[in-house]
Design a protein around this ligand. Sequence first.
Ligand code: F6P
Length: 324
Amino acid sequence: MKRLAVYTSGGDAPGMNACIRAVVRTAIFKGLEIYGISYGYDGMINGNIKKMHSHSVSNIIQRGGTILKSARSEQFMTKEGRKKAYDQLRTHGIEGLVAIGGDGTFTGAKVFFEEFGIPVIGCPGTIDNDIFGTDYTIGFDTAVNTALEAIDKIRDTAAAHDRIFFVEVMGRDSGYIAVECGIGGGAEFVMVPETETDIKKVVKSLKTLRKTKSSSIIVVAEGDEEGSAEQIMEKVKNKIQDEDKEFKVTTLGHIQRGGNPTARDRVLASRCGMAAIEGLIDGKSNCMAGVVSGDVLYTPFDDCISKTKPLNGDHLKLIEILSI
Ligand code: F6P
C-alpha cells in the first residue's frame, strides 16, 4: 500500500481538522503518499481528489469545521454512484481510505469496502457521541462546552426574571449532549430520546420546585419523542396554568457544531487519525479506530453501526438527585 486518501463526511465536528492533520502527517511519516478528498463521497464521485503534504495541514489543529469540507451524498447511496467513486480512486491510484464521520459515513464505507475491496478505516467524528466502539467521539467535548457556556448565560437571565427556560441542544437520535450539559449546567430536567419523557411528572416536579426555586432550566435533546423544546414548553405550560410564570425557549442549533476544538477533542482526534493509518498499514480494514478506557481499539463497522452505546443510567439519576 503506497497511496491513501482521507475524507470527512456527514455533519462536521470540531476536531475533524486535527484528525485530518494526524492522518496526513502519520502517512507521510510512514513513507506513504496521502490525498485529500473534498466534500466526502460526492467529492470521491466527482474526482475532487488532491495530494496533501505536511504543510497542507499546518495551522489547522485549532480550527473548527473541516478543511476537506463535508457533505451528505445521495449519489453514493446508489451502486452507480459508488462505481463512479471506485473508478475515480483507481484513476488516482488510491489503495486505502480513512473515513472521518459518524454512522452514515461508516455505513457508506462498509458497503463500499464489501463491493470494491478498497481497505478503509474510520475515525469517529460527530458531536453526537452516538458511536459504539469509542467512549467519546471527536467533537462531542467541544459541543458540550459550547452548549454549557450558553446554558450558564441563560441561567443568569432566567434567575434575574424568575423564568423557566427550555434549552434545545443537538442530538437527533441521541441524548449524550443533553445529559452532559444537563449535569454540567445544573439543569432541573433533561429530556432525551433514549428515555420516555413524562410531561405530567415534569409538571408535578416543577410545581414542587417552585417552593424552593424561582427559575429552572430544562435541557431538551432535539430528538426527544415529545417534540421540540418549543412543543414541549407548550405542553408543560398548558398543564401548569400559572399566569405569573414566564416560559422561554432557546434553541442552540448549529452553534454547537463550530468553534475551536477543546484539548480533549484535539488529542482524541490525533490519536484516532494516527491509529487509522497504522491500522491500514497493519492490514486492518472495515473498522473504526476509537478510544475505549484510554486505549485505542479497532471495532468492526458492523458493530459501530448496529450496536447502540447506551446512556449512563447513573448520569440521568444524578441530574434528578441534584436538581432538588
Ligand atoms: O449528527 C450531528 C448533528 O449535528 C445532529 O446532532 C443534528 O441533528 C444534525 O447533525 C443536523 O444536521 P444538518 O447540519 O445536516 O442540519
